[in-house]
Ligand binder design. Sequence first.
Ligand SMILES: Cc1cc2nc3c(=O)[nH]c(=O)nc-3n(C[C@H](O)[C@H](O)[C@H](O)COP(=O)(O)OP(=O)(O)OC[C@H]3O[C@@H](n4cnc5c(N)ncnc54)[C@H](O)[C@@H]3O)c2cc1C
Length: 382
Amino acid sequence: MSEVVIIGGGPVGLYLAALLLQRGVSVTVLEQRTAPEPNSRAIGIHPPALEALSRIGVAQKLVRRGVPIRRGLALSRGAALAEMSFAEVSERFPFVLSLPQDSTESVLEDRVRGLDPYALRRGVRVTGLHDNGGHATVEACVAKEQERISAPLVIAADGVRSAARMALGAPLRRRDYPDRYLMGDFADSTAFGSDAALFLAGDGIVESFPLPGQRRRWVVRRGPADDGGADDAAGLDAGWLAREVRRRTGIDVDAGSNSMLSGFGVRARLVRRMVFGRGILIGDAAHEISPIGGQGMSLGWLDALALAPLVPALLAGSRDGLAAFERNRLREAGRAARQSEINMALGRPLHGGLLAVRNGAITAVAAVPAANRLVARRFTMQ
Ligand SMILES: Cc1cc2nc3c(=O)[nH]c(=O)nc-3n(C[C@H](O)[C@H](O)[C@H](O)COP(=O)(O)OP(=O)(O)OC[C@H]3O[C@@H](n4cnc5c(N)ncnc54)[C@H](O)[C@@H]3O)c2cc1C
């Protein structure tokens, strides 16, 4: 029996496993997927997360594989409105790292396997979780067979549809937003290099981020007339995305070079508690926030970083520090959710005079060095 069972071998579960194994805690990670998910999804890794990742010795490896974004540009109708440098946000990592999530997860999985080749169990789908007082028991389905796995502590990092969260009956704060986006990865046809570019177009924002291998991610805010109102891609294709980028920014994107296309709506789900006896929720299982701003994955890693030092004492029967952990992490999740609301609001459609006022205000704020530095720090989760 392992001392800690982690439900979910996504970025947060794998990172926590590496932290605990480094501390000499025995860990089993239960992951329903039989193979890693080959999808770029989250690409932004913020400086505090890179600091956190350096604790398990993978930050430099990730930096070598990714693209450090050192500058963000805001543009409108081909003209630069504002420029934000990340040079002063961190001494060690003065950038936001862009790296597709499948690459990040593969580095984390290698690190976990290096520490304990048997820690990660794939093909195990958790269906239930009970706290029996003396230990917690996970019910799981493995190759169509039921299995019960017990441990003194179970930490769930099983994502936005967390089965553990449901089993624990965790109360949620919910919020749904009107914003919907279509994003896709394409060959990079721009001259932006490693810069991020935000186009504040009247019909809604277009965001563009560098990816490794001379590729670029484009994210377009969809309007109500763009599809039937569904959250997913709803029949929109790479051709629609390329046409919309062209219409709103004047930039040509080669639709034929598309390698990933994903449509999504935005909702927030924040648990009111993370700690339930011998079960603890972290990562997206505890807080789903808007992908706009790209803070979700970093937030989950910082949950794990805060929790890991408490685990040896927890295993020895002391719950010291747990209440403060929960309070601080819920506060940070609320803060990240509010930041992502600001990011979304800035990208909503505006026309005529209102568009000019908003864009003028962005230029004015960015021109004040202290304000520009503050926004850069907020944008990079500091
Ligand atoms: C379109 C999009 C773009 C995004 N962009 C960014 C970005 O740029 N930057 C950023 O920081 N975040 C971004 N995010 C959010 C980011 O992807 C998540 O915050 C991050 O993946 C959360 O990690 P996690 O480990 O908590 O959960 P997940 O990545 O969801 O991992 C959960 C794991 O648990 C497993 N699992 C689930 N249920 C069970 C079960 N019952 N039994 C066993 N295993 C189970 C899953 O298979 C999965 O591997 C984006 C999200 C989306 C959808």
